[in-house]
Design a binder for this molecule. Sequence first.
Ligand code: NAP
Length: 488
Amino acid sequence: MSHPIYIGGHWREGRGDVIVSRFPADDSINAELRAASLEDVEDAVTAADAAWRDPGWAQRLPHQRAEVLYRVSDLIMQQLDTLSRLQTRDNGKPLSETRALVASAAGTARYMAAACETLEGELPTRRSAEFMTFSEYEPLGVIAAITPWNSPIASDMQKVAPALAGGNAVVLKPAEATPLMALKLAELFEQAGLPKGLLSVLPGRGSVIGDALVRHPKVRKISFTGGTSTGRHLAHIAADKLIGTSLELGGKSPTIVCKSADVEQAVRGIAYGIFSSGGQACIAGSRLFIHERQYNAVMARLLEVTSGLRVGHPETDGVHIGPLINTAHRDSVSAYVDQARQEGGKVLIGGQAPDDPDLAGGSYYLPTIIEGLPANSQVCREEIFGPVLVALKYKDEADLIRQANDSVYGLAAGIWTQDYRQALTLARQLEAGTIWINTYKKFAISTPFGGFKESGLGREKGRQGIQAYMQQKSIYLGLDSTPMGWSQ
Ligand code: NAP
């Protein structure tokens, strides 16, 4: 039977094409469902528009809205194991990673609930004896949230929780490849008592359903996580409608090994930064810069560590790298590695699918390290979104900063050094929204996240994560009882 979708607070079959959710480990079918149709988009947005205005979600006091989010957080933690297994089946990430993602979604809901309860308006300094002013945050209305397939529950919650906390309604369009987690999330919000209509989940093709959703006149903000070219397209639509966007886009992030780095710590962090999630992470540290004098020593140890990584079935304990999302994506990763070979790169490890017959049914690819490429090669410049690391040398700090910043992207960067003065000097010069020093790919929901340059616009997380879904209204309160008049 076809899995229902969630429209305006009701579970029903979509009226669009059939979508098949597959387990990337062996291509088996998780579920079949009918995608949303254009009529379903209309129904979801209409319900959302009615729900945030009436009977008063937006007017509910912040601590009352927060209660729903606290309950969702609790429900997620109670079902941590089931949800992690579902997410592993949906996109193939190892269970150790999906457990962390599911727990992070619970943390996001709890944090946004607390932030919503404590969000304050402003009481600016008075500029007149005749009146005082204050300003309050109000919701925007209907939010279109569009998410990719690589971390479904975490990226869905990063949009849904702050938007609902801010008094809005959300229509969420998850990636066609991973519809199940978003639908599960809707189920949890329903159980937590979210009034009907405030959340709809519309699986379907981005260029059809996503496009119709963001163009809908009642949608007042686009919150998007995905590729830069899709983000640019959505920004054009938002510009035409004069609505806001939050765009969390792609990356080609540098990781830097300085002369004073603890090599063992650096190498393990570098391997984790690029190869966890099979490199299918916007923040993957995919360009490695090593000081030329240390290059050979660092690379020797990095190759040892990489050769010890276990590629395997994502439900098996101890596996570091599961399959990529599907074979089409693996073909794209493999084509980049072929391109690297043509551009003069030397593949030091990996560069192919594993030959283990037990993995033949899944879309696996070995962790791959390439050296000898010119910095302006396609493989050094473009986001591959797979387990592929390019290693480059630098001579001095000026050379390093020039090379590291020579990218259209600016999402993140990593610095490995024991010299904190140098770390801060580099951090301030790197063009990236997040800098990790002697750590990588760690997150705090309290800390703003977003990209410089073509890696994005706006910030998610932190207290401003809610304000991004609200607008300020300033109110002037007259204090002078004498009639108003024109000054002479
Ligand atoms: P994508 O192709 O841009 O798709 C992302 C989402 O947008 C999907 O739900 C997709 O739907 C939808 N979409 C595609 N075309 C659309 C259109 N014309 N109108 C409206 N929606 C549309 O990206 P992806 O391949 O799924 O994800 C990988 C990318 O996401 C990478 O570039 C990665 O760096 C980026 N990412 C960024 C962050 C961050 O926080 N900065 C986090 C994670 C991932 P369908 O897939 O159903 O067609």
